[in-house]
Write a protein that binds this ligand. Sequence first.
Ligand code: PGA
Length: 248
Amino acid sequence: MRQTVVAGNWKMNKTPAQTTELINELKPLVAESKNKCIVCVPFTSLANAIEATKGSNIEVGAQNMYFEESGAYTGEIAPDMLCEMGVKYVIIGHSERRQYFAETDETVNKKVIKAFEHGLTPIICVGESLEQREQGITVELCSMQTKIALKSLSADQVKKCIIAYEPIWAIGTGKTATTDQAEEVCKAIRETVEEVFGKDAANEIIIQYGGSVNAGNSKELFEKENIDGGLVGGASLKAADFSVIVNS
Ligand code: PGA
């Protein structure tokens, strides 16, 4: 049995003070949840998030990191910097990073490898555009993105990964993939993992759905066999909504 894992992706929202406020509001609402709850906050809010979540069942993630150890990479954040703060998770290859910041499947793979070198759990994002869905290449594309992202990892590392299937057309648009569409692709991703890394890795890897997940649709999505939780953007910024999703 895989645990349900719900991660909030706050994107470029919340100052440090607002972060403390939101986490304090969220803590009592998710305290009894049997699902895992992660909040992925902006870099500048990490210290406040780590402090505010102490002694709670909420874990903290970053939204990106660089694939080098240190050096002349102005504006970038190294894995050590995250680890020293107590960060446990890092979103890698979100479609917004691929779209606006020129990330590729290859840089995603470098970051995933680097995350494991430092004991960080990557939340790897894959997903198709509307044009690609209409072309009928969704499964092929997500399978390829998955293979490249996981290249050179061991089966044991793959077991610890989280993959978030996020159709780009469903992100921030209010258009959720139907539960059947989401399940179909999450299942295909799991089959890809099985093909390359074997049955155990496929059984253990956490595969989330993301894209307009809200308090009204989360339960039905998470009940699907191959959907082990969600990566939640907009709805993670409201404690009441996010807690309903976490408790789904
Ligand atoms: P959304 O974003 O829930 O606002 O659609 C999800 C994401 O981009 O991770």
